[in-house]
Design a binder for this molecule. Structure first.
Ligand SMILES: [Zn+2]
Length: 142
């Protein structure tokens, strides 16, 4: 595996499916910028990736839009570090990012090969709201 024990990540593109429910429709991948304990996304690459994905859904930006960030924690638990929380607070209050909230999703493949996932929404008010993650059966997304 190329990433080995380094953290990798990217941006999440989501579909608003109703009320507070969102479906992740695309997740971009940035393999560089991570160390064994930290992932720093490259702003330029994230913006270019988002632009590319947005073009595929440009007919309906209210339904399909930037949802947040994801990265792996190969060496620690799936819970956000203090620098992860700070990064999310900076992104959600950035005047160039016109959003009410952003989701941070962290995943980890543990030593038994089990996939662990944690997701939290960061509201611009400073509130952190843990998300419920629902896996859809393959092919059920419309
Ligand atoms: Zn992290």
């Amino acid at each position: 595996m190329r990433a080995a024990n380094r953290e990798i990540g990217g941006v999440l593109f989501g579909e608003h499916v109703g009320n507070a429910d969102f479906r992740i429709v695309e997740a971009t991948l940035q393999e560089r910028g991570g160390s064994d304990r930290k992932f720093r996304r490259k702003g330029g690459k994230a913006r270019r990736d988002l632009k590319k994905v947005s073009l595929r859904y440009d007919q309906n930006p209210k339904k399909f839009n930037y949802l947040g960030e994801w990265h792996s924690h190969p060496n620690t638990s799936v819970f956000p570090s203090s620098s992860d929380k700070l990064t999310m607070k900076e992104l959600v209050t950035d005047s160039k990012t016109i959003v009410n909230f952003l989701v941070l999703l962290i995943n980890r493949l543990n030593v038994r090969g089990e996939l662990k996932i944690y997701a939290c929404a960061y509201h611009f008010s400073g509130q952190e709201i843990p998300c419920e993650i629902v896996f859809e059966p393959r092919g059920s997304a419309s």
